[in-house]
Design a protein around this ligand. Structure first.
Ligand code: CAA
Length: 715
């Protein structure tokens, strides 16, 4: 039946099977298949061979030779070198032409998709005659360009609405959401979903059927939507208006890409394809050189760099975590246990009494349940998932665990006691990690006989949603323990950043001066609404006062106290939190904070707060001044963290801020943002604030030095 390869190309292999050319894509030397001008040339050669029906082929199938990846889109690296919109537009035109040639092939072409088909990858599939997807967890389809501040520039804004309708297409393009094969099939984005082992066979069979006219190709329309109701006059206009309102609500106008997507689709969905493609390329060109896109592309690469494993001394290995224990079944412990179990790790969740353990287990199981539903896991997978999470009141089984995460109450003596118990019960190689936000890891390492295996893993709450974990590295930690922690964080689908064991670590440390300044503003009579609104207008997800209520005043107070003890010599400090806590206010969790709560719902600011603090809310300074006072100390502190070696690169600092507390992604993180504003501008502004408000605004030495030398954080 099948025959051997007729010839070999660098990235695209040509094999022939039953009169069908099977093109196997495997870009050499790259972890994923990406589209590039070189690959386009190879595709063109293959298309010529197909057009000539070389080897007697009547149809073709496109498969990937890389497990887990079909095509990950255009090579994002190429976008970084673009400086002019015309260059970016040309790149888009070039990609569109390839897709046009694919779509115009005289023989049918079947996309046989196993692994991710993203961006330009999915756009390529849209230009094929038929799409079959393998039913594997890694198979996902989507147009994530919006997350890079771009729009699909290889025909996606045109072919997708013409294939699945405007509303569904907009949903995919505006969110960057990735679909599993079943959902993709429901939308008509793929024509068939098959088990992976028979993907090739079915694809070849379909290709033959298409060639023989036994099956009709599934192509995007030349113009207009395939969805009947969308062809009713005014229907698409309504869809566009609603989508636009939602985009404006969600992005507050900070992101140009989604608005441009709406504009292009709105103008072109019902026009001839060629016209639409021209609009698309123009818009792609304009977006590719926006500061927002550059910042988002920076975040993509910075997060990949943050994920790189730390170097290990020769001969040292860090095992992967297959079994672990989580000690302390509170809210954090339950979250950590659930997320770990979801990612294939066998977890024992331990607490000291049955009641606390029962509560934690229920919380963790609820999280697993939600996960199983979201993923629509079949019954046998659900059973396996729930089996991976086991409760225990003792340290039994700990000997087999590669990792323990301690998440007991935030008390140093209690934690030291737990660490001693853990050391006694665990194997000598088990890594012992604490999920503390305030206690120096060194204090815990001191408590055990082998401090080299102690690290910190600082999770953020709620664990199941927050994408960042700080891997805290005390000076005593062995490289293998750090590497294990780092790899574990990646294995549970989160981004690790390695941070030195200094007060506040990184994320809380840079939030400290920001929150502090918000309280000082409040104490000087600036209304709470004005403070929060200024931060939100700058692009932060919530304002600092809201953040305090969400985190809990007690938690924030404790964290603030640690920072004050460590760095308290920098001037004014607010004691507002202590005063509000004396009034029994803990924030949202007890329904009393800066805001009022009724049945769990937040109402307005609680005017009583002003009275307790002895201030009369008055007029607020202009928003830009409020923003400078809030944000510049945060940026300054990030630089100080770099200067003191708390983080080892601006990349880590940017990722920590964006993933840790939602520093506006379109600003690229503190260091990227500093570069954009210009270091000398920032220094001048900080100096002015120092003159007016005191030493806490003094620019840090590294910032000053770099500004004087005219340097940037990124070349
Ligand atoms: N371009 C360049 N490099 C890419 C890439 C791309 N599109 N996609 C992945 N890579 C690189 C990563 O940078 C990483 O490189 P290093 O190993 O050197 O760090 C490597 O491939 C592996 O990536 P991950 O570590 O992220 O691997 P993963 O298995 O966790 O995820 C993935 C794989 C799902 C493909 C993920 O990398 C991803 O989401 N990539 C981006 C996809 C994307 O945004 N595509 C749209 C591109 S824009 C476009 O296509 C425009 C257009 O319309 C023409």
């Amino acid at each position: 039946m099948a025959t051997a390869a007729a010839s070999q190309a660098a990235a695209l292999r040509w094999e022939v099977e039953d009169g069908v050319a099977v093109l196997v894509l495997d870009v050499p030397g790259r972890p994923v298949n990406v589209l590039s001008p070189e690959l386009t040339r190879e595709f063109e050669r293959a298309l010529e061979r197909l057009a000539r029906r070389e080897d007697g082929v009547r149809a073709a199938v496109l498969l990937s030779g890389k497990p887990g990846v079909w095509i990950a889109g255009a090579d994002i690296d190429l976008f970084r070198t673009l400086t002019r919109p015309e260059e970016a537009e040309a790149l888009s035109r070039h990609a569109q032409e390839l897709m046009n040639r694919l779509a115009a092939l005289p023989v049918p072409l079947v996309a046989a998709i196993e692994g991710v088909a993203l961006g330009g990858g999915l756009e390529l599939a849209l230009a094929c005659s038929y799409r079959v997807a393998a039913d594997t967890p890694k198979t996902r389809l989507g147009l994530p360009e919006v997350q890079l501040g771009l729009l699909p520039g290889a025909g996606g804004t045109q072919r997708l609405p013409r294939l699945i309708g405007v509303r569904s297409a907009l949903d995919l393009m505006l969110t960057g959401r990735q679909l599993d094969p079943r959902r993709a099939s429901k939308l008509g984005l793929v024509d068939e979903v098959v088990p992976a082992p028979i993907l090739r066979r079915i694809a070849v069979q379909r290709a033959r059927e298409l060639a023989d006219g036994q099956r009709a190709p599934h192509l995007p329309r030349e113009r207009g939507s395939p969805v009947a109701w969308e062809r009713v006059p005014g229907a698409v206009a309504l869809v566009l208006r609603q989508a636009r309102a939602q985009v404006v609500r969600q992005t507050k106008g900070h992101y140009p890409a989604p608005l441009r997507i709406l504009e292009v689709v709105g103008r072109t969905w019902n026009r001839p394809l060629a016209e639409g493609l021209r609009e698309e390329a123009r818009a792609f060109g304009a977006l590719a050189v926006t500061p927002e896109s550059r910042a988002l592309v920076h975040i993509f690469f910075a997060s990949n760099r943050a994920k790189e494993d730390p170097p290990l001394p020769p001969g040292v290995r860090a095992p992967t975590v297959q079994r672990m224990m989580v000690v302390g079944a509170g809210f954090m412990g339950a979250g950590i246990a659930a997320v770990s179990a979801q990612n294939g790790i066998r977890v024992r969740l331990k607490d000291v009494n049955a009641e606390a353990l029962g509560r934690g287990l229920r919380t963790a199981r609820q999280l697993l349940e939600a996960y199983a539903q979201r993923r629509r896991l079949p019954r046998w997978e659900r059973t396996k998932l729930f089996d991976r999470l086991q409760p225990t009141l003792r340290y039994n089984g700990l000997r087999h665990a590669e990792l323990v995460v301690e998440a007991v109450f935030e008390d140093v003596e209690l934690k030291r006691h737990v660490f001693r118990e853990l050391e006694a019960a665990a194997a000598p190689t088990t890594v012992l990690a604490s999920n503390t936000s305030t206690i120096p890891i060194a204090r815990l390492a001191e408590a055990v006989q082998r401090p080299e295996r102690v690290i910190g893993l600082h999770f953020f709450s709620p664990v199941e949603r927050m994408p960042l974990v700080e891997v805290i590295v005390p000076s005593t930690a062995a490289p293998a323990a750090v590497a294990l922690g780092h790899r574990y964080v990646k294995a549970i689908g989160k981004t690790p950043i390695r941070v030195a064991d200094r007060p506040g670590f990184y994320v809380n440390r840079i939030l400290g001066p920001y929150v502090q300044e918000a309280l000082l503003l409040l104490e000087s009579g600036v209304p709470i609404e004005a403070i929060d609104a200024a931060a939100v207008a700058w692009g932060l997800p919530v304002g600092p006062i809201t953040l305090l209520d969400e985190v809990g005043l007690d938690v924030a107070q404790k964290s603030g106290e640690i920072l004050r003890q460590a760095f308290g010599d920098r001037g004014a400090a607010s004691d507002a939190l202590a005063r509000l806590m004396a009034d029994g206010r803990l924030g949202r969790k007890n329904g009393r904070g800066f805001f009022r709560y009724e049945a769990g719902k937040r109402r307005g600011v609680d005017a009583e707060v002003y009275r307790l603090l002895g201030v009369q809310p008055g007029a607020a300074p202009p928003t830009p001044e409020l923003q400078d006072r809030l944000v510049l100390p945060l940026l300054n502190e990030a630089v100080r963290a770099l200067e003191e070696g708390v983080i080892d690169s601006p990349d880590v600092g940017d990722i920590g801020a964006v993933f840790g507390f939602g520093f506006p992604p379109f600003r690229g993180g503190p260091f990227w943002h500093l570069d954009q504003v210009g270091l000398s501008t920032v220094v001048a502004r900080l100096e002015e604030l120092t003159r007016r408000f005191g030493r806490r605004f003094e620019p840090t030495a590294l910032l000053r030095a770099k500004a004087e030398r005219g340097e940037r954080f990124y070349a």
